[in-house]
Design a protein around this ligand. Structure first.
Ligand code: ADP
Length: 190
């Protein structure tokens, strides 16, 4: 099985690349951002709770996100594994994911981190905000807050996987297909 954590700051291209990889490799794509936005659109209890955090550019509390993964994760039918996009975003989430996946006998194969410079992230997010309607991509202060939280709370997740020899950095600048080739080259060695 191929269970990949696709990692990177907001705007790194995780969603775009995960969508391509899921088609090419026959994986389930699990994006916590998408799941949370679905909950918000349907006004579930979780969605209404999550909205308060998402609108400010803060992380949704671990227990809510971990609970959602546990209840929404379905695997695997004819699929070859799962690509996690936007999860785990804290060390506590990474530990919970390991426990879950190890219990299921399908451990995380590797974490691939897309590296993109700060100014490029801001440009991409503002561009996305202009077309996607995502309100958390439309305000500079919210975007800066998300990137700052990425540095303080999310980037330690890289160390977590480094310690397990499962950390693979990939340069996330260039055109979409070129980046995808870089990712596939890493995945082929997992
Ligand atoms: P991006 O990576 O571009 O910020 P996402 O769609 O992954 O976009 O996430 C949007 C928002 O949803 C985040 O800013 C955060 O508030 C919330 N969110 C998504 N995934 C998680 C997670 N694993 N833990 C906590 N909050 C999350």
């Amino acid at each position: 099985m191929l269970n990949i954590v696709l990692f990177g700051p907001p705007g790194a291209g995780k969603g775009t690349q995960a969508t391509l990889l899921k088609e090419k490799l026959n994986l389930i794509h699990l994006s916590t951002g998408e799941l949370l936005r679905n909950h918000m659109a349907q006004h579930t209890e979780l969605g209404d709770l999550a909205k308060v955090y998402i609108d400010k550019g803060e992380l949704v509390p671990d227990e809510l996100v971990i609970g959602m993964i546990k209840s929404d994760m379905k695997c695997c039918g004819n699929k070859k594994g799962i690509i996690f996009d936007g999860f785990p975003r804290t060390v506590a989430q990474a530990a919970a994911l390991d426990e879950l996946m190890n219990d299921l006998g399908m451990p995380v194969s590797g974490m691939i981190a897309l590296e993109v410079p700060h100014d490029e992230l801001i440009d991409r997010l503002l561009q996305r905000g202009a077309t996607s309607g995502r309100t958390d991509d439309q305000r500079n202060d919210v975007i800066e807050n998300r990137i700052s939280i990425y540095h303080s709370l999310t980037s330690p997740v890289m160390e977590y996987y480094k310690k397990q020899n499962k950390y693979y950095p990939v340069i996330g600048i260039g055109d979409i297909d070129e980046i995808n080739e870089r990712l596939l080259a890493v995945i082929n060695k997992l």
